[in-house]
Design a protein around this ligand. Structure first.
Ligand SMILES: [Zn+2]
Length: 411
């Protein structure tokens, strides 16, 4: 079902930002944030150094379960998908706000995740995406505790699995479909990465494919003339990379991984590629998808025709490995307006944007959701040279706190 036909629902009216700013407990909370840089950075390093490769987030998840317990969250549990959930109970459960960050990184098992310091920079794979968000979850619980803040509604702190790549949002999908929180969440905020510039209220849809071509294989000299899956893959890639993607609505494609072959003098018996297609428009996404499928089909036909004398044909196997829904929370929705107001109160001029994040799922279900950065600066995301600098992190934590408290209310 297209996301756009699911009605968007809101049931709360927020606490005023100016009211919060004049509250002594918020002032205490801000003071705690301002004086806790060393503590937050130490936590940040600790989290980053626990590896969390795709589909293998368990060790980091166990760490979060123990931290949530130490910090006094209640009803702790790790659900069957691997998400770690703990509650900061308010007077009532309504509204129930989820604050989340993702446990997984894009880096495979065995990647060195030890943090190196270069001046004020912390360098390690995953140090910003999403160690920044995970650190903020811990930092905010510590802040709520230190300032002795009690809330009206309840906050569920959730460390999700499977946000990146082939994880395909499996953690947050489970949370909203089968998990104990399904049907109970009033609002959702994902802390993803550093910075304070963006408020993501629109979900970028994407589709991802793994394409595999199979042939008989053979000897490069002795069997020359037989269909070659790598050659066919090359033909397909050349065709796809000629696609003229529109700038508006922004539409992109990427062949991010290719594989195949054993040796220079062996005709390979298989070859594969992973393709990522994205668009702000469902319609453009479908057009691009059709073009890609036709390009693969054409490439196979051409290779088969060129090597027809061998009497052998290539087989193609095309599998969807990712399908993220699109959708958007209206600009005038409470969660978006409050996020803007909280930003401006701290001198931040936010930009509203569209991205593919854990919020895609609640947004596609009509549940108010945004994804925000939690301060600090970073670079080289998804690369081994990824770095993070905590400069300006206090602003991110303060904004996150203000936004969360505006939504659940204080007691
Ligand atoms: Zn991320």
């Amino acid at each position: 079902m297209p996301a756009s036909i699911i009605p968007f629902s809101e049931r709360q009216s927020p606490e005023s930002i100016s009211g919060l700013l004049s509250d002594q407990r918020i002032k205490n909370a801000f003071a705690f944030i301002e004086t806790s840089a060393a503590r937050f950075t130490a936590e940040h390093i600790r989290i980053c150094e626990i590896p969390a490769p795709p589909f293998k987030e368990q060790e980091r998840a166990r760490y979060f379960a123990s931290r949530f317990a130490e910090l006094g969250l209640s009803d702790l549990h790790t659900d069957s998908e691997g998400n770690v959930i703990g509650f900061f109970r308010g007077q009532t459960e309504d509204p129930l706000l989820v604050l989340s960050a993702h446990l997984d990184t894009v880096f495979p098992e065995g990647t060195n995740v030890m943090v190196n310091r270069e001046g004020s920079r912390l360098c390690a794979p995953g140090i910003a995406d999403d160690t920044a968000g995970l650190g903020a979850l811990i930092g905010l619980i510590q802040t709520l505790n230190a300032a002795q803040i009690r809330t009206r509604g309840t906050i569920a702190f959730v460390a999700t699995v499977g946000e990146e790549g082939e994880g395909d949002l499996r953690g947050v999908r489970h949370l909203f479909s089968e998990g104990r929180l399904a049907g109970r969440v009033a609002s959702f905020i994902s802390f993803d990465g550093p910075g304070v510039d963006f408020i993501t209220h629109q979900a970028l849809g994407s589709r991802r494919y793994r394409v595999k071509l199979f042939g008989p294989g053979g000897h490069s000299w002795g069997d020359f003339g037989v269909v070659n899956p790598v050659h066919a893959l090359g033909r397909a890639i050349a065709k796809i990379s000629d696609y003229r993607a529109p700038v508006d609505p922004r539409t992109t494609y990427n062949i991010g991984r290719i594989e195949g072959g054993e040796s220079v003098n062996v005709i390979p018996d298989s070859a594969s590629m992973d393709v990522d297609l994205r668009s702000a428009s469902e319609n453009e996404l479908s057009k691009l998808e059709e073009f890609m499928l036709a390009a693969i089909n054409r490439a196979v036909i051409d290779e088969n025709a060129t090597r027809a004398s061998s009497g052998r044909k290539l087989k193609a196997e095309i599998k969807i490995i990712g399908n993220r829904p699109s959708g958007e929370v209206p600009r005038d929705a409470v969660i978006v307006r409050t996020a803007i107001e909280a930003s401006r109160a701290l001198g931040i001029n936010p930009i509203l944007n569209r991205a593919s994040t854990d919020s895609n799922i609640p947004i596609s279900l009509g549940i108010p959701a945004v994804t925000i950065g939690v301060g600090g600066i970073s670079g080289d995301s998804h690369r081994l040279s990824e770095w993070y600098d905590p400069a300006g992190r206090e602003q991110g934590y303060k904004r996150a706190l203000l936004l969360a408290l505006a939504i659940v209310g204080i007691n």
